[in-house]
Design a protein around this ligand. Structure first.
Ligand SMILES: [Zn+2]
Length: 450
């Protein structure tokens, strides 16, 4: 049993002084305002600053971290960035993926993330041949999350086509073939070998209307019954044009036609939507996972986050390609991008932003029992310092409008301290990032030269 005493905590968005949190078996068993004398015991863990529930990063491609700070020299577009990403993916071995993902997930924990959703599509060997053990690459992801100290929802992606235009689906290219199972039945066969374990859930994913044809969408929806179902949606206008040209439907409408929307579903990006799309997503209670730092990095555009929120879609956030791993910045950008596009302030309140960062993000990943400071919930805690140059003087309830990942002091995942004093308890994260990124690019160059 561990007793934590938070100087100030945000409980469902409201600041509470001297909050006592007792954890047992990885969950909170008592949460209440401390009484005189509660803090006198020697074994009480005192938490300064502002304490929040654990953050969920609802959309990640861990290996994309190796692209950070390397794609800005030639301008380009989403599509040229994607070519760089395919080159990087070509060289990944199970060991390189493990090391890169472990370092990236450790960077996330330093930023307060206690659970990540990995949208995983590097399933096979570079030439498309399955590994002897079909779960080889997903095991690398699972071990990386375990060793970095956070929970994982492995979202196994059905990726079958190389693109979509008015004439239909193109076959996967040589650089995409390691993502594809060949057909939906073989995807499902491999998907059904994946099993949840301690700290890990399994969900399914439709890559996008570009890479997952409608008949395959139906297979994924069926396989995902009772589990989280994620999908990229309308990140770029070109995707919408191709879908309209081929099917006479928007991507949202096509996904709705095939049963892919609903309270266990999450649409990632949801950037270029019609009013009808927003109504479909909201009425079905589909979560919208917005990835603002990625969307601005890739010049995707600004999606209708507050319209989705008002229509009934819970909002979550993800760092996606990890141009930035700062989930506080990610939720702050939800509101800031709204201000830029609408000319209004306060479209999303600080309470809305906290919910996106914590309870909605966890629910999107299938962890309905995480993301709140309440009895029965998983004992995750994030302490933000209030004595830094960024946070000094700000109101606790508005801390998400001021802090950054650099202000994270302590992170507790299911009653285990993983970050203390802003440092990871078991990994030298910057060194691991440096070495794994260097090795991933060496392997990519060697594979491309082959
Ligand atoms: Zn993505």
């Amino acid at each position: 049993v561990t007793t934590y005493l938070a100087q100030t905590a945000l409980v469902d968005g409201a600041p509470v002084r001297d909050l006592l949190l007792v954890a047992d078996g990885g969950r909170f068993v008592d949460v209440r305002t401390a009484q005189p004398g509660d803090g006198d015991r020697g074994d009480v863990v005192r938490l300064g600053g502002v304490t929040l529930a654990g953050f969920a990063n609802a959309h990640s491609h861990a290996f994309h971290r190796a692209l950070r700070g390397r794609t800005h020299d030639r301008g380009g577009s989403f599509w040229t960035w994607r070519d760089d990403m395919y080159s990087l993916a070509a060289g990944l071995t199970p060991d390189l993926l493990y090391r890169l993902a472990r370092a990236t997930y450790a960077e996330m924990v330093l930023a307060g993330v206690t659970c990540v959703g990995e949208f995983h599509y590097v399933h096979h060997q570079p030439d498309g041949t399955p590994y002897d053990a079909p779960t080889t690459m997903s095991q690398a992801i699972a071990h990386a999350a375990r060793d970095a100290g956070l929970r994982l929802t492995l979202l196994d992606v059905c990726y079958l086509a190389g693109g979509l235009d008015a004439d239909g689906y193109r076959p996967v290219s040589s650089l995409q073939q390691r993502f594809s199972d060949g057909d939906a039945a073989r995807w499902r066969e491999r998907f059904e070998t994946l099993a949840p374990s301690t700290g890990m859930l399994v969900g399914a994913a439709i890559h996008s209307v570009r890479a997952t044809p409608p008949d395959a969408m139906s297979v994924v929806v069926e396989a995902a019954a009772g589990k989280p179902l994620h999908m990229h949606l309308s990140e770029q206008p070109a995707e919408n044009r191709a879908c309209q040209a081929r099917f006479g439907r928007t991507p949202t409408e096509l996904l709705a036609d095939h049963g892919a929307l609903g309270p266990r579903s999450t649409a990632v990006h949801a950037t270029h939507l019609t009013a009808h799309d927003v109504a479909l997503l909201g009425a079905s209670r589909t979560t919208a996972c917005v990835c603002p730092t990625t969307e601005r990095d890739l010049a995707d555009g600004i999606g209708p986050a507050s319209a989705l929120h008002d229509a009934g879609s819970p909002l979550a956030v993800g760092s996606d390609q990890h141009a930035v791993i700062d989930l506080v910045e990610e939720v702050r950008a939800l509101e800031m991008h709204e201000r830029l596009s609408s000319g209004e302030r306060g479209r999303l309140s600080p309470v809305d932003l906290l919910a996106a960062l914590t309870v909605h993000g966890h629910a999107s990943l299938g962890w309905q029992d995480a993301g709140r400071l309440a009895v029965g919930m998983r004992a995750d805690l994030v302490c933000l310092r209030t004595d830094t140059v960024r946070t000094a003087g700000c109101s606790p309830e508005q801390i998400l409008l001021a802090a950054t990942a650099a202000d994270v002091d302590t992170v507790v995942v299911e009653d285990r301290v993983v970050v203390r004093g802003g440092r990871h308890e078991s990994l030298d994260v910057a060194t691991e990032l440096q070495s794994s990124i260097t090795d991933a690019w060496s392997a990519a160059r060697a594979q491309i030269a082959r």
